[in-house]
Write a protein that binds this ligand. Sequence first.
Ligand code: GDP
Ligand code: MG
Length: 162
Amino acid sequence: ALPSVAIVGRPNVGKSTLVNRFLGRREAVVEDLPGVTRDRVSYSASWSGRSFLVVDTGGWEPDARGLQQAVADQAERAMAAVDAIVLVVDATVGPTATDEAVARVLRRAKVPVLLAANKVDSERAEADAAALWSLGLGEPHPVSAAHGRGAGDLLDEVLKVL
Ligand code: GDP
Ligand code: MG
C-alpha cells in the first residue's frame, strides 16, 4: 500500500486548503464555515517522484463532549491509521486550547508528527509561527496553504518521514 499522511487540526485552520496544495489540484472541499469536510477523505498525491496518500479530516458532529474532545479523538484515530501526521495550526491565532488538546494526543503518537504553522502569508507573519513551539511538537513549519508559500518545503519534510 502507498504510504499515507493525515492532515489534522481544529476546524478552519486550512487543512483542506493544505490538502489541495499538496495535491496540486482542488479536490478537497474548502469552506469558509468550519466543519465542512467529511470525517476522513483520502487522495492520491505525488511529489519528487514519490506517490503517497493524503488524508483530509474534519466534519465533526459537535456533540455533548464538545469540539475539543472530538478533534482530539479524530487525531487519535488518524494516528492509528496512517504513517505520518501533519497538525495544522492557524499561526495568526496562535495555539488555542483545542490545538493544545490535539498536541497532547499527538505527542504520544508512534508515527512522526509535523507541525504546520498555516496562514503565514508573508515573511512578516513568520514571527507568528514561533509561538507554536509551545505545543511541544518540535519546529513549526511556516506555510501559507492559500498562497503556496512554504508548501514545497513542508512536503519535502513530510517525504523525509514517510
Ligand atoms: P479546514 O476547516 O481546516 O479544512 O479549513 P479550510 O481549508 O476549509 O479553510 C478555512 C478558511 O481558511 C478558508 O476561508 C480558507 O480560504 C482560509 N485559509 C486556508 N489557508 C489559508 C492561508 O494560508 N492563508 C489565509 N489567509 N487563509 C487561509
Ligand atoms: Mg476541511
